[in-house]
Design a protein. Structure first.
Length: 278
Protein backbone atom coordinates (compact mmCIF):
# COMPACT_ATOMS: atom_id res chain seq x y z
CA UNK A 1 0.00 0.00 0.00
CA UNK A 2 1.44 3.38 -0.98
CA UNK A 3 2.32 5.97 1.65
CA UNK A 4 -0.31 8.46 0.51
CA UNK A 5 -3.07 5.87 0.86
CA UNK A 6 -1.92 4.99 4.38
CA UNK A 7 -1.94 8.69 5.30
CA UNK A 8 -5.46 9.04 3.93
CA UNK A 9 -6.70 6.02 5.92
CA UNK A 10 -5.11 7.40 9.11
CA UNK A 11 -6.82 10.75 8.53
CA UNK A 12 -10.12 8.97 7.99
CA UNK A 13 -9.65 7.07 11.27
CA UNK A 14 -9.31 10.37 13.11
CA UNK A 15 -12.34 11.84 11.34
CA UNK A 16 -14.51 8.84 12.13
CA UNK A 17 -13.48 8.88 15.79
CA UNK A 18 -14.54 12.53 15.83
CA UNK A 19 -17.85 11.54 14.21
CA UNK A 20 -18.43 8.88 16.85
CA UNK A 21 -17.75 11.25 19.73
CA UNK A 22 -19.82 14.05 18.19
CA UNK A 23 -22.73 11.68 17.60
CA UNK A 24 -22.59 10.16 21.07
CA UNK A 25 -22.35 13.63 22.60
CA UNK A 26 -25.38 14.86 20.62
CA UNK A 27 -27.71 11.90 21.10
CA UNK A 28 -26.43 10.62 24.47
CA UNK A 29 -26.00 7.03 23.34
CA UNK A 30 -23.50 4.68 21.75
CA UNK A 31 -20.53 2.41 22.55
CA UNK A 32 -17.19 4.10 21.94
CA UNK A 33 -14.74 1.53 23.34
CA UNK A 34 -15.58 -1.37 21.05
CA UNK A 35 -16.13 0.95 18.09
CA UNK A 36 -12.66 2.46 18.44
CA UNK A 37 -10.91 -0.91 18.64
CA UNK A 38 -12.48 -1.85 15.29
CA UNK A 39 -12.18 1.48 13.43
CA UNK A 40 -8.98 0.83 11.48
CA UNK A 41 -10.06 -2.59 10.23
CA UNK A 42 -13.45 -1.31 9.09
CA UNK A 43 -11.83 1.68 7.38
CA UNK A 44 -9.32 -0.57 5.64
CA UNK A 45 -12.09 -2.80 4.30
CA UNK A 46 -14.51 -0.08 3.23
CA UNK A 47 -12.05 2.51 1.90
CA UNK A 48 -9.52 0.17 0.33
CA UNK A 49 -10.20 -3.54 0.17
CA UNK A 50 -13.83 -4.35 -0.47
CA UNK A 51 -15.59 -4.43 -3.82
CA UNK A 52 -18.63 -2.24 -3.11
CA UNK A 53 -20.60 0.38 -4.99
CA UNK A 54 -22.49 3.02 -3.01
CA UNK A 55 -24.56 3.78 -6.13
CA UNK A 56 -25.62 0.13 -6.37
CA UNK A 57 -25.35 -1.27 -2.81
CA UNK A 58 -27.12 -4.52 -3.70
CA UNK A 59 -25.11 -5.43 -6.77
CA UNK A 60 -24.84 -9.19 -6.98
CA UNK A 61 -21.07 -9.54 -7.18
CA UNK A 62 -20.25 -7.27 -4.23
CA UNK A 63 -18.24 -8.01 -1.10
CA UNK A 64 -20.06 -8.13 2.24
CA UNK A 65 -19.21 -6.90 5.73
CA UNK A 66 -21.08 -8.20 8.78
CA UNK A 67 -20.65 -6.56 12.17
CA UNK A 68 -21.45 -9.53 14.37
CA UNK A 69 -20.46 -7.55 17.49
CA UNK A 70 -23.48 -5.39 16.85
CA UNK A 71 -23.11 -3.09 19.86
CA UNK A 72 -20.26 -1.34 17.96
CA UNK A 73 -22.87 0.06 15.57
CA UNK A 74 -21.86 3.67 16.27
CA UNK A 75 -18.46 3.18 14.64
CA UNK A 76 -19.99 1.08 11.88
CA UNK A 77 -22.55 3.75 10.95
CA UNK A 78 -19.90 6.47 10.95
CA UNK A 79 -17.82 4.42 8.50
CA UNK A 80 -20.85 3.77 6.27
CA UNK A 81 -21.71 7.48 6.29
CA UNK A 82 -18.18 8.61 5.43
CA UNK A 83 -17.87 6.09 2.60
CA UNK A 84 -21.09 7.54 1.18
CA UNK A 85 -23.94 5.10 1.81
CA UNK A 86 -26.00 7.82 3.49
CA UNK A 87 -25.45 11.46 4.57
CA UNK A 88 -23.17 12.14 7.53
CA UNK A 89 -25.90 14.41 8.88
CA UNK A 90 -28.12 11.35 9.40
CA UNK A 91 -25.84 10.24 12.24
CA UNK A 92 -27.69 12.75 14.43
CA UNK A 93 -30.73 10.44 14.28
CA UNK A 94 -28.82 7.54 15.88
CA UNK A 95 -31.07 5.45 18.14
CA UNK A 96 -33.98 7.87 17.79
CA UNK A 97 -37.54 6.70 17.08
CA UNK A 98 -38.08 5.92 13.39
CA UNK A 99 -34.36 6.34 12.59
CA UNK A 100 -32.72 3.92 10.16
CA UNK A 101 -29.72 3.89 12.50
CA UNK A 102 -30.78 1.94 15.56
CA UNK A 103 -28.55 0.71 18.38
CA UNK A 104 -28.06 -2.61 16.62
CA UNK A 105 -27.89 -2.55 12.85
CA UNK A 106 -30.89 -3.79 10.89
CA UNK A 107 -30.62 -5.04 7.31
CA UNK A 108 -32.89 -3.47 4.72
CA UNK A 109 -32.89 -0.20 6.64
CA UNK A 110 -29.96 2.03 5.70
CA UNK A 111 -28.04 1.01 2.57
CA UNK A 112 -24.83 -0.92 3.15
CA UNK A 113 -26.10 -2.95 6.13
CA UNK A 114 -25.97 -6.63 5.20
CA UNK A 115 -27.11 -8.35 8.41
CA UNK A 116 -29.24 -7.64 11.48
CA UNK A 117 -27.03 -8.09 14.53
CA UNK A 118 -27.33 -7.60 18.25
CA UNK A 119 -27.82 -11.07 19.68
CA UNK A 120 -24.17 -12.05 19.82
CA UNK A 121 -22.81 -15.14 18.10
CA UNK A 122 -24.92 -15.18 14.95
CA UNK A 123 -22.96 -13.16 12.40
CA UNK A 124 -20.52 -15.84 11.26
CA UNK A 125 -23.31 -18.38 10.63
CA UNK A 126 -25.12 -15.78 8.54
CA UNK A 127 -21.91 -15.00 6.67
CA UNK A 128 -21.29 -18.67 5.85
CA UNK A 129 -24.75 -18.82 4.31
CA UNK A 130 -23.97 -15.83 2.08
CA UNK A 131 -20.58 -17.30 1.16
CA UNK A 132 -22.10 -20.63 0.13
CA UNK A 133 -24.65 -18.78 -2.01
CA UNK A 134 -21.89 -16.81 -3.72
CA UNK A 135 -20.04 -20.05 -4.50
CA UNK A 136 -23.15 -21.68 -5.95
CA UNK A 137 -23.73 -18.67 -8.18
CA UNK A 138 -20.11 -18.60 -9.31
CA UNK A 139 -19.59 -15.09 -7.92
CA UNK A 140 -16.29 -13.79 -6.56
CA UNK A 141 -17.60 -11.80 -3.62
CA UNK A 142 -16.08 -12.24 -0.18
CA UNK A 143 -17.74 -11.99 3.22
CA UNK A 144 -15.88 -10.33 6.10
CA UNK A 145 -17.34 -10.99 9.56
CA UNK A 146 -16.24 -8.89 12.55
CA UNK A 147 -16.51 -10.89 15.80
CA UNK A 148 -15.87 -9.59 19.32
CA UNK A 149 -13.59 -11.49 21.69
CA UNK A 150 -16.28 -11.56 24.36
CA UNK A 151 -18.60 -12.86 21.65
CA UNK A 152 -16.40 -15.96 21.39
CA UNK A 153 -18.06 -17.11 24.62
CA UNK A 154 -21.11 -17.91 22.49
CA UNK A 155 -21.17 -21.56 21.41
CA UNK A 156 -22.68 -20.79 18.02
CA UNK A 157 -19.46 -19.07 16.96
CA UNK A 158 -17.48 -22.28 17.49
CA UNK A 159 -20.05 -24.36 15.62
CA UNK A 160 -19.69 -21.95 12.70
CA UNK A 161 -15.89 -22.05 12.87
CA UNK A 162 -15.98 -25.84 12.86
CA UNK A 163 -18.18 -25.88 9.75
CA UNK A 164 -16.15 -23.19 8.01
CA UNK A 165 -12.90 -25.06 8.60
CA UNK A 166 -14.44 -28.32 7.40
CA UNK A 167 -15.76 -26.74 4.20
CA UNK A 168 -12.48 -24.83 3.67
CA UNK A 169 -14.45 -21.85 2.45
CA UNK A 170 -12.04 -19.20 1.26
CA UNK A 171 -14.64 -16.50 0.66
CA UNK A 172 -15.74 -15.86 4.25
CA UNK A 173 -13.15 -14.43 6.63
CA UNK A 174 -13.75 -14.26 10.40
CA UNK A 175 -12.09 -11.16 11.85
CA UNK A 176 -11.74 -11.30 15.64
CA UNK A 177 -11.45 -7.96 17.43
CA UNK A 178 -9.27 -9.07 20.34
CA UNK A 179 -9.33 -5.99 22.57
CA UNK A 180 -9.40 -8.20 25.69
CA UNK A 181 -12.23 -6.35 27.47
CA UNK A 182 -15.97 -6.98 27.45
CA UNK A 183 -19.04 -5.47 29.10
CA UNK A 184 -18.26 -6.00 32.78
CA UNK A 185 -14.69 -7.31 33.07
CA UNK A 186 -11.67 -8.51 31.14
CA UNK A 187 -12.17 -11.49 28.84
CA UNK A 188 -9.48 -13.25 30.85
CA UNK A 189 -11.54 -13.00 34.04
CA UNK A 190 -14.94 -13.77 32.52
CA UNK A 191 -13.94 -16.76 30.39
CA UNK A 192 -10.29 -16.97 29.39
CA UNK A 193 -9.58 -17.58 25.71
CA UNK A 194 -5.90 -18.26 26.32
CA UNK A 195 -4.26 -18.55 22.88
CA UNK A 196 -7.09 -17.92 20.41
CA UNK A 197 -4.93 -18.86 17.43
CA UNK A 198 -4.20 -22.30 18.82
CA UNK A 199 -7.88 -22.88 19.55
CA UNK A 200 -9.00 -21.97 16.04
CA UNK A 201 -6.19 -23.54 14.00
CA UNK A 202 -7.20 -27.19 14.69
CA UNK A 203 -10.52 -26.57 12.93
CA UNK A 204 -8.54 -26.36 9.69
CA UNK A 205 -7.70 -22.66 9.57
CA UNK A 206 -4.78 -20.56 8.56
CA UNK A 207 -4.70 -18.01 11.39
CA UNK A 208 -3.05 -14.61 11.04
CA UNK A 209 -2.31 -12.48 14.13
CA UNK A 210 -1.72 -8.77 13.53
CA UNK A 211 -1.85 -5.32 15.09
CA UNK A 212 -5.41 -4.31 14.24
CA UNK A 213 -4.54 -0.60 14.26
CA UNK A 214 -1.72 -0.83 11.70
CA UNK A 215 -2.87 -0.33 8.10
CA UNK A 216 0.23 -1.94 6.61
CA UNK A 217 -0.24 -5.07 8.70
CA UNK A 218 -3.93 -5.13 7.80
CA UNK A 219 -3.06 -4.94 4.12
CA UNK A 220 -0.41 -7.65 4.34
CA UNK A 221 -2.82 -9.96 6.18
CA UNK A 222 -5.79 -9.59 3.85
CA UNK A 223 -3.62 -9.75 0.73
CA UNK A 224 -2.05 -13.01 1.95
CA UNK A 225 -5.36 -14.93 2.05
CA UNK A 226 -5.05 -17.94 -0.25
CA UNK A 227 -7.60 -19.70 -2.40
CA UNK A 228 -8.86 -23.02 -1.08
CA UNK A 229 -8.00 -22.26 2.56
CA UNK A 230 -10.13 -21.18 5.50
CA UNK A 231 -8.48 -18.11 7.00
CA UNK A 232 -9.16 -16.27 10.25
CA UNK A 233 -7.58 -12.93 11.15
CA UNK A 234 -7.05 -11.99 14.79
CA UNK A 235 -6.77 -8.27 15.39
CA UNK A 236 -4.83 -7.41 18.54
CA UNK A 237 -6.47 -4.12 19.43
CA UNK A 238 -6.99 -1.61 22.24
CA UNK A 239 -10.47 -0.87 23.50
CA UNK A 240 -11.05 2.88 23.25
CA UNK A 241 -8.02 3.27 20.93
CA UNK A 242 -7.10 6.84 20.07
CA UNK A 243 -8.27 8.60 23.23
CA UNK A 244 -5.84 8.36 26.16
CA UNK A 245 -8.38 8.14 28.98
CA UNK A 246 -10.53 5.60 27.11
CA UNK A 247 -7.79 3.14 26.18
CA UNK A 248 -7.97 -0.20 28.02
CA UNK A 249 -10.57 1.28 30.37
CA UNK A 250 -13.48 -1.02 31.20
CA UNK A 251 -16.10 1.73 31.82
CA UNK A 252 -15.62 2.98 28.26
CA UNK A 253 -17.38 -0.07 26.91
CA UNK A 254 -20.48 2.12 27.04
CA UNK A 255 -19.64 5.25 29.08
CA UNK A 256 -20.81 8.59 27.73
CA UNK A 257 -18.53 11.62 27.34
CA UNK A 258 -19.16 14.65 29.53
CA UNK A 259 -18.21 18.21 28.56
CA UNK A 260 -14.68 18.05 29.93
CA UNK A 261 -13.98 14.64 28.39
CA UNK A 262 -15.36 15.78 25.06
CA UNK A 263 -12.96 18.73 24.91
CA UNK A 264 -9.95 16.59 25.87
CA UNK A 265 -10.84 13.88 23.35
CA UNK A 266 -11.23 16.34 20.49
CA UNK A 267 -7.96 18.07 21.38
CA UNK A 268 -6.15 14.73 21.33
CA UNK A 269 -7.59 13.86 17.93
CA UNK A 270 -6.70 17.26 16.50
CA UNK A 271 -3.12 16.81 17.73
CA UNK A 272 -2.97 13.41 16.05
CA UNK A 273 -4.17 15.05 12.85
CA UNK A 274 -1.40 17.65 13.02
CA UNK A 275 1.24 14.94 13.52
CA UNK A 276 -0.02 12.97 10.52
CA UNK A 277 0.02 16.05 8.28
CA UNK A 278 3.53 17.20 9.30
Amino acid sequence: MIEEKIKYLKQMAIQIRKDCIDTQREVGSGHLGGSFSAIESMIYLYFHKMNIDIRSPKKEDRDYFILSKGHASLGYYCVLARVGFFPVEELSTYRKINSRLQGHSHMDSAPGIECSTGSLGQGLSFGIGIALGLKKKGLNGKVYVMIGDGELEEGQVWEALMLLGHLKLDNVIPIIDYNKLQLDDSVENVCSLNNISERIRPFGFTVIDINGHDFEELDDAFESIKEGEATAIILHTVKGKGISFMENSLPWHSKKVNNEEYIIAMEELELQEVLIND
